[in-house]
Design a binder for this molecule. Structure first.
Ligand code: AMP
Ligand code: GLY
Length: 426
């Protein structure tokens, strides 16, 4: 088979790596890809926003299947465009992708189907939202409705902070049109986890659990990022909790969408906050998480192409999806300045030696070749992922590998997976 992967981050490197081990693979293409992906796939520069050009490419190269990594093309209807041309593509269509692209759509959907989520109100202008914030008091959470690259959520500890967030989004228009509407919601305190599941329009199968680390600094300090590291499995997702998330979240999403005439094919990601044993949904993503995909796919023990085809063809129930018993930990290395304006073009060294270690996978995110030299080209640069008998040994291996890598201004958290180590698995 020939497969095209859309995207160029750590998540897409992990997808391409797993595809490259499939017995079905003849050739992998990726757009735009990155320096790590280029070792496994032919990277092309078509642009994920140019649907017509992508479809032409797929026809010209006789590509059998396209897999979409990021949310942006999904929310703009790449799946609908490909399907109209009779091309096989994996991901939810535009309508279903609203679960991620509109927080108000997602909240209203959850309300309709009784999915546990924080209490909320939606607003289309600033002053009623400010009045509501004053009435509710802090802590309180303010969210831009549309896609804001993970930056449109403010957990405010004071009323003043919350009002500044409302104004930043609605008056200063920090996220443009994504801030035309906002959600103001109750702040829920608990333990956060990411649960992803495969959907085939009929069946839902949970993936191995994971946990992200969103803040830039150790001990969850500093601003939110796209994710500074992740591990799998997440001890907080016990077998019982997984069953509850399937029953209270995943299946109701599948049935609710179906009742509204939408079949969801692809991965759904639920970011949940577990409080008093109840999984409250903080957000949905209509795709694999980044960096969660790196540790999770490292543990996948069957062919990813089989899963992709089963998701498209409604045949998930015929597959036995297995995960390696080992644990995986991924530490993200970032450029100086991230998540704000960051430096680029710094030479990266130390990766060659790590290629010999079978337990370590270095997934590239923001990397490029400049005159034949590997350099940084993004905020999140690499995801150093290690497998070990348990979280502790995976963590040690990942950090040992991190110490071998260097680039100017390199930053990473030192406490990835510590949360899991503090709590025994039951
Ligand atoms: P989201 O993009 O909606 O997942 O929000 C980003 C981060 O903000 C989450 O990972 C949580 O840490 C935090 N967050 C979002 N909503 C809430 C909430 N209702 N209560 C507490 N924290 C929240
Ligand atoms: N790591 C969070 C996300 O992928 O949105």
């Amino acid at each position: 088979m020939k497969i095209l992967v859309i995207g160029g981050g750590g998540r897409e490197h992990a997808i391409v790596w797993k595809l490259s081990r499939s017995s079905h693979m003849d050739r992998i293409y990726c757009t735009p890809g990155n320096a790590g992906i280029a070792e496994l796939a032919e990277c092309i520069d078509v642009g994920s926003d140019k649907f017509d050009a992508l479809i032409d490419f797929v026809k010209y190269e006789w590509i059998d299947l396209t897999i979409v990594g990021p949310e942006e093309p999904l929310s703009r209807g790449i799946v609908d465009a490909f399907q109209k041309e009779g091309r096989k593509i994996l991901g939810p269509n535009r309508e279903a992708a609203q679960l991620e692209s509109s927080k108000i759509f997602a909240k209203n959907f959850m309300r309709r189907y009784g999915i546990p989520t924080a209490e909320y109100r939606a607003f289309t202008s600033s002053s009623p939202a400010e009045d509501y914030v004053r009435m509710k008091g802090a802590p309180i959470v303010i969210k831009a409705d549309g896609l804001a690259a993970g930056k449109g959520v403010f957990v405010a500890n004071t009323v003043e902070e919350a009002i500044s967030a409302v104004r930043l989004i609605m008056k200063e228009r920090a996220f443009g049109e994504a801030g035309n509407r906002i959600v103001v919601e109750e702040c829920i305190e608990g333990e956060e986890a990411s649960v992803m599941a495969f959907f085939d329009g009929k069946t839902v199968v949970p993936m191995a659990s994971s946990q992200d680390h969103k803040r830039i600094f150790d001990d969850d300090k500093g601003p939110n990022t796209g994710g500074m590291g992740a591990y799998s499995p997440a001890p907080v997702i016990t077998k019982n909790m997984e069953a509850m998330i399937m029953e209270k979240v995943m299946w109701p999403v599948m049935r609710g969408l179906k009742a509204e005439g939408v079949n969801y094919h692809g991965v759904l990601y639920a970011g949940v906050m577990i409080k008093n044993g109840v999984p409250y949904v903080l957000e949905f993503n209509c795709r694999l998480g980044d960096p969660e995909t790196q540790p999770v796919l490292s543990r996948l023990d069957i062919d990813l192409v089989d899963i992709a085809l089963a998701m498209i063809d409604g045949k998930l129930s015929e597959l036995e999806i297995r995960w390696k018993p080992e644990s995986a930990v991924c530490v993200v290395l970032t450029s100086k300045g991230y998540p704000g304006t960051y430096e680029k073009g710094k030479v990266i060294t130390g990766l060659d030696e790590l290629k010999k270690d079978n337990d370590v996978l270095v997934f590239h995110a923001g990397t490029a070749f400049h005159n034949g030299t590997l350099v940084t080209s993004g905020g999140r640069v690499l995801g150093v992922t290690a497998l070990g008998a348990d979280i502790r040994s995976a963590k040690e291996k990942a950090y040992r590998a991190v110490e071998k890598i260097q680039f100017e201004g390199m930053h990473y958290r030192k406490d990835i997976a510590d949360r899991a180590l503090k709590r025994p698995r039951d």
